[in-house]
Design a binder for this molecule. Sequence first.
Ligand SMILES: *Cc1c(COP(=O)(O)O)cnc(C)c1O
Length: 496
Amino acid sequence: MNAENVAASERLVDAAYVRQGWQGRRAHELRLRTLLEQGKCPEEGWDESTIELLLHELAIMDSNNFLGNCGVGEREGRVASQLVARRHYRLIHGIGRSGDISAVQPKAAGSSLLNKLTNSLVLDIIRLAGVRTASSCFVVPMATGMSLTLCFLTLRHKRPQAKYILWPRIDQKSCFKSMITAGFEPVVIENTLEGDELRTDLKAVETQIQDLGADNILCVHSTTSCFAPRVPDRLEELAEICAKHDIPHVVNNAYGVQSSKCMHLIQQGARRGRIDAFVQSLDKNFMVPVGGAVIAGFSDSFVQEISKMYPGRASASPSLDVLITLLSLGTKGYQQLLKERKEMFYYLSSELKKLAEAYNERLMETPHNPISLAMSLRKLDEQSGTAVTQLGSMLFTRQVSGARVVPLSSLQTLSGYTFKGFMSHTNSYHCAYLNAASAIGMSQQDADVFLKRLDKCLKTLAKGKNDDKNTPIANEEIVSETEKCSTKAAEGNAKY
Ligand SMILES: *Cc1c(COP(=O)(O)O)cnc(C)c1O
């Protein structure tokens, strides 16, 4: 509503009321203006009506929504289904231009604004979460693995001779495949065991650099967030080694934005040595659907080079989802989620420790891992060769998702590379174990229900039984457990 429209309205409705209404509207518009001027995530989350106002304003700036538009090209933002149009708030043109995912699209001023705003807000959050000197970032509509591939392909042009990537082992298929897909040869650096923890073998990294020659190495590909008992890589030391030998360094920070420790490691690495880019998943850190990642770095020109490697235009959906999410949460809401996650981590670790000890097992001591926990399954494994995998399937049947059972010595071949002890990040860990994580958005009810079901499964297995095959577990039983724990969680929450 502009001044002319307000004047016209005053002929229909009492001027005093119209002005009042206009004032009300201006408060929403003021938020939009602050957002456009500053490009920062608002401190307080917005209500849905302001967010929708922004999205409608952006959408009508795109040519597919012009009243007088006549498209005669092959990509004119036409959609057959109105349901699809609404699902995307009529932002149909996507982001980027054929040669650069960050470039402005002339047919779509609104979508281009959306893209710039989102990248700016996400950078604000990355800095707030601990990487204070990050200089730029962009959202890509590809998950983490493919986004890492894009980084490696960008480096290829700078180091045409290089064919190896030094990779401290982490048993997660997509980060391994990100190197293979980019056409490089991963050089697996086995981890060293320190107490229960698996940590980066810095000496082995140095040795490989001597043996292969720095110019033949594309980069070091390190990892922050990972399943215990592996812990985040020694980023500071790796970054120093990379700086010393002039080798690029790409960090897989898949779900690290939610942990101040992971973010601190990246900040320190960049301060003390060299980090060229760090990549994080959108869904794992920002509670949006799977499909996007953020590529960030400390040099504007390098980050821009990566965005220029992306061929063609791209989906705006991941950017739209994360923009809506950050505007709804505000920095306060996001920081609250981070705080609750950390509290839930301590809760889960102390409860899991008690449960483990009740079964003569123990919680592995992995103080450097801020998200994932591991509980030994030594006794269970000694009891029978199949008990550990049985536990995995029992948990699955009981609708426990995300818990991961790791038996000893499982052999796996990935793209021609054979990994001994696959899943455990090392050729032979000293016992079988179970992983559970406290990730952003986890509720106390999730933790309580998990602990209760794990307890039941362990009890059943301790009696030498596996009731899975005979008695399919009733849905009612699962639902009633969930309800009981939700009352308990409500009581527990009152304590915080
Ligand atoms: C999730 C994850 C990835 C990437 O998975 P995508 O499906 O490609 O997003 C890579 N490494 C680790 C450690 C992860 O947790």
